[in-house]
Design a protein around this ligand. Structure first.
Ligand SMILES: [Zn+2]
Length: 139
C-alpha cells in the first residue's frame, strides 16, 4: 500500500485563524461617558445603562497565521469507517490537508474570499435591520 500525502514532515505551512471583530458605537445620550449629570447629581445613563455605548454586529475575521512546520503526520486507516484521514500536527494543533497551504499567497487568497463573504453577510444583516426598523441589539 502506498499512501501519498500532500505535505511532508517539517514542511513549512500556512494556516488560517479566525477572530471576532466588532466596532463600538458611543452612546448618544451620554456621549460615551456612561453617566449623565442631572440637577448637579451624577446618574447612571438610562440609555446605555452605564455601558457607554454598544457593539455593532460581531464579524468573524479570518487571517493568515505565521507559518509553522509540520511536526507530526498521523494517518488513520479504518476498515469500519469511511472517514479515514490524514492529520497534520502543526504547532501542537491538528489540521486536515485542506486547511494547510504551501504558500502565504494561497492562504491569503482564501482569507480574502472568506472575509469578503463575511462582510457581505453582515451587510445583509444590517439591511434587514433597516427594513425592520430596528437595530439587531434591540430585544
Ligand atoms: Zn449612555
Amino acid at each position: 500500500m502506498i499512501i501519498e500525502t500532500k505535505f511532508s514532515l517539517d514542511d513549512k505551512v500556512w494556516t488560517i485563524g479566525k477572530k471576532e471583530k466588532s466596532d463600538f458605537i458611543k452612546c448618544d445620550a451620554c456621549e460615551g461617558k456612561g453617566s449623565i449629570l442631572l440637577k448637579g447629581e451624577i446618574y447612571r445613563c438610562p440609555a446605555c445603562l452605564g455601558g457607554k455605548g454598544r457593539k455593532t454586529n460581531i464579524n468573524e475575521v479570518s487571517f493568515v497565521r505565521t507559518p509553522e512546520r509540520i511536526s507530526k503526520i498521523r494517518i488513520v486507516l479504518d476498515a469500519e469507517y469511511i472517514e479515514d484521514g490524514i492529520d497534520y500536527i502543526v504547532d501542537g494543533y491538528s489540521f486536515q490537508e485542506s486547511e494547510l497551504f504551501p504558500s502565504e499567497k494561497e492562504a491569503q487568497d482564501i482569507v480574502d474570499e472568506r472575509n469578503r463573504r463575511e462582510e457581505k453577510k453582515s451587510l445583509g444583516k444590517f439591511k434587514e435591520s433597516l427594513v425592520e426598523g430596528k437595530t439587531s441589539d434591540e430585544e
